[in-house]
Design a binder for this molecule. Structure first.
Ligand code: ADP
Length: 163
């Protein structure tokens, strides 16, 4: 069977149980998933690129068909460079859909061979998003229920709070 490689792009600041669920479900469709952490120098993130990559690698350490890479620039160019034929994204709400629709259509205009595949979020994970998780962490709250098991988010947030 032909290798089906998908890229799951995002900023993952931080990676949540919502993201984890999309990757695990995506493994039923694809032979390999590359979690691609987008790097945008003008967008301020809470966690450094290295911290985000380290956390995601730890989450999927038992999954040989999930890897983590960072990239800069256009997602279509990154997909081409690693010969991935699919972009995997999660859909939570109608506004996610409108946003994703435009991006996926433009991506396909730029590269007709690249298909975007969307998975609807599990109902209980719909409200989980990185922005809310960041807010909880910045204000000293316990966000562990939103972060995949195996990651002690309190350790990662500490250096960012004592600045
Ligand atoms: P971006 O900054 O590009 O929105 P995110 O890291 O927020 O990147 O999200 C990456 C992908 O994960 C997007 O497709 C987003 O819709 C999806 N996603 C985020 N949170 C959830 C969730 N709770 N359930 C399902 N998909 C999600």
């Amino acid at each position: 069977m032909q290798e089906k490689v998908a890229v799951f792009p995002g900023s993952f600041d931080p990676f949540t149980v919502g993201h984890e669920s999309i990757v695990i479900r995506g493994l039923n469709l694809f032979s390999h998933i590359v979690v691609a952490v987008g790097y945008n120098s003008s967008k301020k993130s809470l966690f450094t690129l290295e911290e985000r990559i380290q956390m995601i690698e730890k989450i999927f350490e038992a999954y040989p068909n999930v890897s983590v890479q960072s990239y800069q620039g256009l997602t279509v160019e990154f997909c081409k460079s690693i010969k991935a034929g699919y972009i995997l994204r999660g859909l939570r709400t109608a506004s996610d859909f409108e946003f994703e629709r435009a991006i996926a259509q433009v991506n396909r205009m730029m590269d007709g061979g690249l298909e975007s595949v969307f998975l609807l979020t599990s109902p209980e994970l719909t409200p989980v998003n990185s922005t809310i998780v960041r807010d909880i962490l910045i204000h000293g709250g316990d966000a562990s229920m939103f972060i995949p098991k195996g990651i002690n988010i309190a350790d990662y947030i500490k250096p960012h709070l004592n600045r």
